[in-house]
Design a binder for this molecule. Structure first.
Ligand SMILES: Cc1cc2nc3c(=O)[nH]c(=O)nc-3n(C[C@H](O)[C@H](O)[C@H](O)COP(=O)(O)O)c2cc1C
Length: 205
């Protein structure tokens, strides 16, 4: 039997050309984010947020901040994947449902809060690194969720981060990490690009 995960990994490619006549509905957008947030985060912080930019007006505002890249308006939706600066103060609330489910003892929460404080408190670089890691895992999984639904996607770093933060109302502890366009692919997209060889980039020690 074919392995669906391997198949997705082998075949994902960046979609630049979208069929702008085909929309995706809010239920599909919800499902994409539900699947994306099955990705892991440090201490189960879930320090991410997804802004689905879908209306023509909002897409135009985002495209103006994304170096006028056409796919922002041609794709059915562009997600602003946002990471939240990591803080041990978030943990009690984010872990409460695992405690309530009965498998996580409260002492674990206390232990994780101590470790998280040691790691992040007054450490702005680490707080931001975690925000970027979290959003990157979320964006990666979002792309595979899209592929599983027969949709194309593209990650994008070509945007004005300060402009996006202000135009889309991000909080002071939020970082717009990456944009991900999602929609039905049109004809004429490039295949997945060849990769550097594993021998060039892998060391086994
Ligand atoms: C972090 C990141 C940022 C990217 N930013 C852009 C972008 O702003 N515009 C764009 O057209 N493609 C962007 N890409 C897509 C890459 O060019 C693409 O993934 C790469 O060329 C490999 O192509 P493939 O995924 O089809 O094999 C970005 C990819 C990543 C991972």
């Amino acid at each position: 039997m074919k392995n669906a995960i391997l198949d997705a990994i082998e075949n994902r490619r960046t979609t630049n050309k979208y069929d702008s006549s085909r929309d995706i509905d809010d239920a599909q957008i919800n499902e994409l984010v539900r699947l994306a947030t099955r990705a892991p985060t440090a201490f189960h912080l879930q320090n991410w947020r997804f802004i689905a930019v879908k209306t023509p007006q909002a897409k135009a505002r985002l495209r103006a901040l994304a170096f006028d890249q056409p796919k922002v308006t041609e794709a059915a939706v562009t997600f602003i994947v946002v990471g939240q600066l990591a803080s041990h103060l978030l943990m009690a609330e984010r872990l409460a449902s695992s405690v309530a489910a009965g498998f996580m003892p409260t002492e674990v929460v206390t232990g994780w809060e101590g470790a998280g404080k040691a790691l992040y408190f007054e450490q702005p670089q680490r707080q931001r690194d975690e925000a970027v890691r979290t959003a990157t895992f979320g964006a990666g999984q979002l792309m595979f969720a899209a592929q599983a639904q027969g949709l194309g996607s593209s990650p994008m770093i070509g945007f004005d981060a300060a402009g996006v933060a202000s135009e889309f109302g991000l909080a002071s502890d939020e970082v717009p990490v990456v944009l991900v366009t999602v929609g039905y692919a049109a004809e004429g997209n490039w295949p997945q690009k060849p990769r550097r060889s594993v021998t060039e980039l892998l060391s086994v020690v």
